[in-house]
Design a protein around this ligand. Structure first.
Ligand SMILES: C[S@@+](CC[C@H](N)C(=O)[O-])C[C@H]1O[C@@H](n2cnc3c(N)ncnc32)[C@H](O)[C@@H]1O
Length: 247
């Protein structure tokens, strides 16, 4: 069973969180690393294919660079490309992103369906952020790219929001760090709240699979249990990592 994609340089590929648009490597190298990760996801049965439009990805990246107010972010250019590609390939009708801070993670997912990188038509793409001022900033950012209203950010607790969402959830992106000492342990709580509305083949993406600390371990045990998920692969090409799991 395929469990991991790991690039040789994952621990040397380092970004400055306060300068997220700084170029870290030639774009050809970035594409090659992300393609290798996508091929591993395809081989594991998580992704149906590995193809996405590179020019549209760059159009998406330029719009975010020019229009978004990002005080800091831990989303590396490799991760931005991977999130965008996964969404282009899977085309989730409904996507929920939990813990979106200023919206950069959210739009890395949603940009597959809205703005200059759009490749398909989605139904609802919802970012959830518990800190009201951050949710407002994220919503302001998203409005600069998406004029359709398909993508939007709510100020709410993602756990409550997911529990109350009635429709199928085709892609769930997890990035919240829960209060009350839960840290990334909140990932499992959110996934369990969503699980019965996630169709077969739906995806859950968990940021910080590498550096998420002890609290993420129970989450990883859950998604790596074949009784719960059909496949789960840890993508390790930066110091944060992304666990990609298919139901
Ligand atoms: C580490 S930040 C995500 C930053 C993102 N990885 C990036 O690099 O841009 C986690 C965010 O989750 C939010 N958060 C924490 N608990 C939450 C919850 N229960 N529901 C929604 N958002 C939550 C926090 O306020 C914070 O903005």
């Amino acid at each position: 069973m395929i469990r991991e994609y790991r690039s040789d340089d994952w621990d040397r590929y380092v970004m400055d969180f306060r300068h997220p648009h700084r170029v870290l490597e030639p774009v050809e190298q970035e594409i090659a690393v992300v393609d290798a990760a996508l091929r591993t996801l395809h081989q594991a049965g998580v992704m149906p294919h590995v193809n996405y439009d590179h020019a549209k990805m760059l159009a998406h990246r330029e719009a975010v660079r020019d229009l978004f107010d990002i005080p800091w972010t831990a989303i590396t250019p490799r991760m931005q490309r991977l999130l965008y590609a996964i969404n282009v390939i899977k085309q989730p009708r409904n996507m929920i992103a939990a813990g979106v801070f200023c919206g950069n993670t959210f739009i890395s997912n949603a940009g597959a369906a809205v703005g200059p990188g759009a490749c398909y038509t989605a139904r609802k793409l919802i970012g959830v952020e518990i800190v009201a001022a951050e949710a407002e900033r994220a919503e302001r950012n998203v409005r600069k790219i998406d004029s359709t209203g398909t993508a939007y950010v709510l100020a709410a607790d993602a756990l409550d929001m997911v529990a109350q969402f009635k429709d199928p959830i085709d892609l769930l992106y997890l990035d919240a760090n829960g209060g009350r000492g839960r840290g990334k342990g909140i990932y499992l709580e959110i996934l369990e709240a969503a699980y019965d509305r996630m169709p077969a083949g739906s995806l859950t993406l968990a940021h910080n699979s590498v550096n998420g600390g002890e609290h993420i371990q129970q989450y990883l045990e859950f998604v790596r249990n074949p009784a719960k998920m059909s496949a789960s692969v840890n993508v390790v090409f930066d110091k944060e990592g992304l666990e990609v799991s298919a139901k």
